[in-house]
Write a protein that binds this ligand. Structure first.
Ligand code: GAF
Length: 392
């Protein structure tokens, strides 16, 4: 990965001017999966991998966006922003520019050089990282204040309406608000959040199954639609509810008959997962780490059986992990259908954990997993390179 001075240099080589640097992290979710778009609770942490963006204002209303990862430059006029072909990387930065303009913020033309280090397709929110880093760059270069919660919502809007993935708010929010050494308990309805201190002697170990997680595959949007169907049907018997967040497990059981069995299972996952988030927060706060293992295992089981977003590689990776010494808890993380598991591992056991998991996963699948150890990290920031304006 490039350092900030190298990024300044790459920008100068391409665009011929100095620039400012911004970065935004990917995330790992400790617990609370597929609850965000049900107005529920999540407990993610920002990770050490970031998307880096060098940006400088231009005198016209054009964007020139270069991606180092894709070795490609895209140009667009701010007055005529439209998505490129499906799955094009530039739809994320263009979508953010579109959402910012739609919110009434007039942007200035900007040259952007993007270098991402969040593994792509691993379910660690490389897309939220690019959105937030670009959003911060465009706001700053356009002379606008950065309100982090507002920025997160606009990045989500970009992904929902411009890119076409109906994601919730979790990834963008933690990329904006993450804090070193902490997870973030977010109420996805009110957007109120609390930082939850993570124990110093525990590491976040992320195991990549190397199966590409494909959020665009349509399954994610289908799950959302199933949850919405659940709410619509339950509203007939529970008129006061707005989202699955408002339904208790007892109410769900009582009104099981109004739901298709599949929709019942989806609702069951969401409702029990919200409960697990609150219990996990309590476990962190009371330093009762033993309580986390069963909660994470139940979360994985519920995602596998009720929500059906796991895959055999994620199940295997989790199974191998929980059998290792020093493991506090393990589960799939993120949208699912591939990607990574999150493992809470005592720091003295991390090296052996990595060796064992890697060897056993390879033996069973023929694939070498990538394993990342990350501290919970800071959210998005302008990087003070010493030669530029002070950090936001
Ligand atoms: C993806 C989405 F982007 C998030 O909003 C969230 O729904 C997650 O899947 C599942 O918890 O990362």
């Amino acid at each position: 990965m490039k350092t900030a001075p190298q990024l300044l240099e790459s920008f100068r080589e391409r665009f011929g001017t100095p620039s400012n640097i911004y970065r935004a992290p990917g995330r790992v979710n400790l617990i609370g999966e597929h609850t965000d778009y049900n107005d529920g609770f999540v407990l993610p942490a920002a990770i050490g991998f970031c998307c880096w963006v060098a940006g400088a204002r231009r005198s016209d209303r054009k964007l020139a966006i270069h991606s180092e990862n894709f070795s490609e430059t895209v140009e667009a006029g701010l007055d005529l922003l439209a998505p490129l072909r499906k799955r094009h990387w530039a739809n994320y930065p263009l979508g953010v520019a579109w959402a910012l303009e739609e919110s009434g913020r007039r942007l200035s033309g900007t040259n952007l050089f993007i270098a991402g280090e969040v593994p792509l397709g691993a379910g660690l929110s490389s897309s939220a990282a690019i959105e937030v880093a670009v959003g911060m760059a465009l706001l700053n270069q356009g002379g606008h204040e950065v309100n982090r919660s507002e920025l997160a919502k606009l990045c989500q809007r970009a992904e929902n309406e411009f890119v076409g993935a109906r994601v919730g708010i979790m990834d963008q929010f933690v990329s904006c608000h993450g804090r070193a050494g902490h997870a973030l308990l977010l109420d996805c309805r009110s957007l109120e959040f609390e930082l939850v201190k993570l124990p110093a002697e525990v590491q976040l170990v992320i195991c990549n199954t190397m199966v590409k997680h494909e959020i665009g595959s349509g399954e994610y949007n289908t799950r959302r639609a199933e949850c919405e169907e659940g709410v619509r049907k339950l509203q007939i018997v529970l008129p006061g509810i707005r989202a699955l967040r408002d339904v208790t497990l007892a109410q769900l059981e009582e009104h099981r008959g109004v739901l298709e069995p599949k929709v019942f299972s989806r609702c069951c996952h969401v409702i029990t997962e919200n409960e697990r988030v609150m219990k996990a927060v309590e476990a962190f706060r009371s330093e009762n780490l033993e309580a986390l293992g069963p909660l994470m295992q139940d979360s994985h089981r519920s995602l596998r059986d009720d929500y059906e977003v796991s895959c055999k590689e994620l199940d295997l990776m989790t199974e191998i992990a929980v059998a290792q010494r020093g493991v506090i808890g393990a589960r799939m993380t993120g949208g699912g259908f591939g990607g990574c598991t999150i493992n809470l591992v005592a720091d003295v056991a991390v090296e052996e954990f990595k060796r064992q998991v890697s060897a056993q996963y390879f033996e069973k699948t023929g694939q070498r997993p990538e394993i990342y150890v990350s501290a919970a990290s800071e959210g998005a920031q302008q990087v003070d390179t010493g030669t530029v304006r002070p950090a936001i």
